[in-house]
Design a protein around this ligand. Structure first.
Ligand code: HH2
Length: 258
């Protein structure tokens, strides 16, 4: 899954794809490089980010999706029902909701009505405050219990279980150690029986691991290392910014694993 953030403030590619022509050509390039789907987002969820209002978010993503319709498989990274509805009308197939259907009471109905795929992600708190001293007794057990509950809520709302994938939410209310433990014990999440998505790409835990305590991003090479380890432990969808590097590394890893 390639990432295209149509935002001025995303933590690693903010501003790069703000022009819809640039965003569409980035998405097409990612498809050529081997992405199966491109995740288009109009609101940054980086730590400390402020929410974006509906018109602003629509104004960012609609022109991009209009340019991609029918050409590139699209996932829409949003928590807003109205943004998801417009995106699905414009051909998106997956709704990637970092609030796991807790943000907008109308989102589940929109996903169900369109028969769309859905990604449910774990987040502790909300982006503005989530990195202020996150604590868990057992991060993996708590993330697992949360995802199980949100999956049940999605099914209850009429979304077919076969259309749902689950994501531990790397960096969303987690310390560096929490993030690595989630990947180390990923088998406990794949045991839920749904495909697991991992988005470690360029996240600050990678920069911190490599010795910069103030890092806000991580390198492509460190991202690839984390993605390959996650893949080996059962992740099926890797959400990444550097598609070519990840496709090459994962192709080699797949050949080794058989
Ligand atoms: N991470 C980000 C945004 N959306 N969705 C899922 N399912 N999983 C993730 O790990 C995830 C996500 C944050 O990364 P990015 O989109 O690059 O930055 P920003 O939120 O600043 O736009």
């Amino acid at each position: 899954m390639g990432v295209v953030n149509v935002t001025p403030d995303s933590f690693s590619d903010g501003g790069v794809n703000l022009d819809p022509d640039d965003a569409a050509s980035t998405a097409r390039r990612m498809l050529e490089e081997g992405a199966a789907i491109v995740d288009v987002g109009g609101e940054s969820t980086r730590p400390g980010a402020d929410p974006v209002d509906l018109d602003e978010e629509l104004g960012r993503i609609v022109p991009v999706l209009e340019r991609l319709e029918g050409e590139v498989p699209v996932s829409i990274d949003t928590s807003k029902a109205e943004v998801a509805r417009r995106a699905l009308e414009l051909g998106a197939e997956l709704v990637n909701d970092v609030t796991a259907l807790r943000g907008d009471p109308d989102l589940a109905g929109v996903v169900a009505d369109h028969g769309a795929y859905l990604c449910l992600m774990h987040m502790l708190g909300e982006p503005r405050t989530m990195q202020r001293d996150p604590r868990y007794d057992d991060v993996v057990a708590e993330v697992k219990a949360f995802l199980e509950k949100r999956l049940a809520a999605a099914v209850e709302a009429g979304i077919s279980e076969e259309l749902v994938c689950l994501d531990p939410g790397i960096g969303f209310g987690k310390t560096v150690e929490h993030n690595f433990e989630l990947i180390r014990r990923l088998d406990e999440l794949t045991a839920l029986g749904r495909p697991v998505v991992v988005g470690f790409s360029r996240k600050s835990s990678l920069g911190k691991l490599l010795g910069d305590p103030e890092a806000t991003t991580g390198t492509a090479a460190a991202s690839v290392g984390a993605a390959v380890a996650a893949y080996e432990r059962g992740a099926t969808i890797l959400r990444v910014h550097d598609v070519r590097e990840h496709v090459e590394a994962l192709t080699a890893a797949a050949a080794v694993l058989g």
